[in-house]
Design a binder for this molecule. Sequence first.
Ligand SMILES: N[C@@H](CCC(=O)N[C@@H](CS)C(=O)NCC(=O)O)C(=O)O
Length: 218
Amino acid sequence: MITVHHLSNSHSHVVLWLLEELGEPYEIVQHQRDPLTARSPESLRAIHPAAKSPTIEDQGAVMVESTGIILYILETYGKGRLRPAPATAEAMQFFQWLTFIEGSAKGPLLQQYGLGRLPPEDPVRKMGEDTAKKVFTLLDDALEGEDTIVTGQFTAADIQLTFFEELLEGSGRIEAFPNLQRHLAAMRQREAYQRAEAKGGPVGLKQLMSGVANRARG
Ligand SMILES: N[C@@H](CCC(=O)N[C@@H](CS)C(=O)NCC(=O)O)C(=O)O
């Protein structure tokens, strides 16, 4: 059975949620973030030197990186569910958005924290803000008039996108992107999302991120 090393208030909620959607049994090993720094504990580093969440164990091996883990789970346990049929235009959309989120969208979001310390007219800050706006707008536009990021079907890309939206909300920026906000609200209504929270604890990024930002300000 697959083991999910679940870090409190973190990206591994996505793996629990995906397994809940698939009805696949799994075991959870809970790890707690450091209450002051929010970093992962030594118990997670003992499983994999990346010390990152999500981390899974299966087939006697350990794996990190959420996008790879999602693809591995779909390939191993999905039986064709939560992804479009292969070699279709929808499959192209699926792979594009699934990899876009960690590959192109999350970096610009996290960068905003450092850039906010530069004066508003600083060209590096301006470039970072422009990039973030462009990338978030691409995602928001893709959801215009749609309930899911791949046209007409709920897929694992919606699950990965939701965690990005939780981060965007936690950073106080989601109001500028109404389609992402609407998508996040709808995904939170899914029973499998709620079962994952019941087993792994609340995602709770809003509270976590405001706590970290307050401590950084001293
Ligand atoms: N690109 C990685 C990012 C993983 C990541 O940064 N996870 C955060 C939790 S949301 C983490 O482990 N933070 C604790 C730490 O870095 O100490 C992925 O997609 O899996």
